[in-house]
Design a protein. Structure first.
Length: 227
């Protein structure tokens, strides 16, 4: 079965919930829905156009991070882990309209359009094969030897990138990536919203949001996803 839609959840400890929610609303130009769940732990980032694909989850313990829901077919919610230990969910089928990039006051366009899976070397080949099978999407070599990606259908809002880490470092984890037409201007905008720059690379900048979660701003085109 092929994944028809992907939702990314920003998982945040309760003590940093308000700051992280406000930050990601600012980053994406979204508004936050009313909360839901038994303890009001879930909310959805509502984009100004298109359909929602980013959500918020308050977690009881552990560091901030990201997990995925794969939507396919008529099914009940299942909470699972990849072979490398990344939590994810299989959920009932959804479809929608992929939101457009936002154009900001500095003139740059940007869009959260990718989830990057950070994979230790020993798990990399198995993890790539697993996610290709789980989504039904074709696996491609990336722009660098340590990258592979899954080619998403045009209507799906998020691409999956798999990054092979340099060394063994715990289970597989995930972070969000943005594509932008002007990385310097977009980075300045994020710093104004409360992000902290961790590192600057040739084609991407590594930042931390107010909850401590890592994410990246990349030089990829936000309309095509291509570098």
């Amino acid at each position: 079965m092929t994944t028809a839609w992907i939702t990314a959840f920003v998982d945040v400890p309760a003590s940093r919930q308000a700051a992280a929610a406000a930050f990601w609303c600012g980053v994406t130009g979204s508004t936050l829905s009313s909360t839901r769940g038994a303890d009001g732990e879930f909310a959805t980032f509502l984009p100004p156009d298109g359909d929602p694909y980013l959500r918020f989850q308050r977690i009881g313990a552990g560091p901030a991070g990201v997990h995925l829901d794969l939507h396919e077919g008529d099914r009940d919610l299942e909470v699972l882990r990849s072979p490398g230990g990344l939590p994810y969910c299989l959920n009932e089928g959804e479809s929608g309209v992929r939101p457009l990039p936002r154009i900001w006051a500095g003139g740059q366009a940007s869009l959260v359009d990718q989830v990057c899976l950070d994979v230790p070397p020993s798990a990399y080949d198995a993890e790539c094969a697993f996610w290709a099978d789980a989504t039904g999407w074709e696996l491609h070599e990336g722009s660098r030897p340590e990258f592979r990606f899954l080619a998403r259908p045009d209507e799906v809002p998020l691409r999956i990138l798999l990054q092979r880490l340099d060394e063994e470092n715990g289970p597989v984890r995930a972070h969000l990536d943005l594509a932008t037409t002007d990385r310097a201007a977009e980075t300045d905008r994020h710093r104004g919203l409360g992000a902290r720059v961790e590192a600057t690379r040739q084609h991407w900048t590594v930042l931390r949001d107010p909850s401590g979660a890592t994410y990246c701003i990349t030089d990829r085109d936000p309309y095509t996803g291509v570098l």
